[in-house]
Design a protein around this ligand. Structure first.
Ligand code: NAP
Length: 243
């Protein structure tokens, strides 16, 4: 039995908002210990009382992130990692400067890349673990003024497949969840509330995603109910972009 009777610790980046926050709520209710990472607490303190810990860190600071994760792993078995921290600043391709590209690369791809490197030695040693990386439907569909974002989210797909192959024999599973447009602050950075909700009309299931839709899929991939699933990309899009 793990400390506190929990099912073990799950590291969640981007825990202060949107999908990361909802995933923490969902997994906390399923008796996991939550270690939330974000650059500010955001909604973290709205979580119900329970076994959770907030670590203030910028996921672009790969070394601090690694040290924080390794410190935790020394005390509690880390059975899961969910990388929700992400950014999207829309910019037409020809207007995109290198600094904006690098910012997206660092947060959306290098952050998850090195977070996996930080948790895998402990998971390998204990012989189990589940990693869920967050991509986006945009990795496949593309999106106007989002070439830099799409490039980072496409990178997540290749990273996950490769890690799934490299770690399967160690008892570690690596999967991706690719949300379609989801009701969080992220799409509101470049569209009004009404514009975001109106996107639901074009989605086969008739609405945009709720953070719970994504969180429940992540929780399934973390749990033993998905013990024969690795290297997959689960598209939680309400049926949008079927190709
Ligand atoms: P969100 O509500 O904006 O949450 C993202 C969280 O990541 C925020 O708390 C943010 O902190 C944090 N973050 C950003 N940069 C960070 C950094 N350098 N270090 C640490 N934390 C950082 O967005 P969301 O919708 O929940 O997105 C979660 C994931 O889903 C992202 O990877 C996103 O690309 C993906 N996704 C979202 C949608 C959608 O429509 N919502 C669709 C497809 C994919 P700050 O608030 O301080 O920036």
């Amino acid at each position: 039995m793990n400390p506190g009777g929990s099912k073990g610790s799950i590291i969640i980046t981007g825990v202060g908002s949107g999908i990361g926050y909802e995933t923490a709520r969902c997994l906390l209710a399923q008796n996991y210990r939550i270690i939330g990472i974000d650059r500010q607490r955001g909604r973290f303190d709205e979580l119900p009382a329970g076994d959770h810990l907030f670590l203030e860190a910028d996921v672009r600071d790969f070394e601090s992130q690694k040290q924080a994760i390794e410190r935790e792993a020394a005390h509690h078995p880390i059975v899961g990692l969910v990388t929700c921290a992400g950014i999207l600043v829309r910019r037409p391709y020809l207007e995109l400067d290198e600094a904006t590209f690098d910012q997206h690369l660092d947060v959306n791809l290098k952050g998850p890349f090195f977070a996996c490197q930080a948790v895998l030695p402990a998971m390998r040693k204990q012989g189990n673990g589940s990693i869920v990386l967050i991509s986006s439907s945009i990795a496949r569909s593309g999106s106007v003024a989002g070439a830099h974002y799409a490039a980072t989210k496409g990178g997540i797909l290749g990273l996950a497949r490769t890690l799934a192959l490299e770690t399967a024999r160690d008892g570690v599973r690596v999967n991706v969840v690719s949300p379609g447009v989801t009701d969080t602050p992220m799409p509101r950075g470049h569209a009004s509330d009404a514009e975001v909700l109106a996107k639901g009309a074009k989605i086969p299931l008739g609405r945009i995603g709720k953070p719970q839709d994504i969180a429940e899929t992540i929780a399934f991939l973390i749990s033993d109910d998905s013990s024969y699933i690795t290297g997959q990309d689960i598209r939680v899009t309400g049926g949008a972009g079927l190709f």
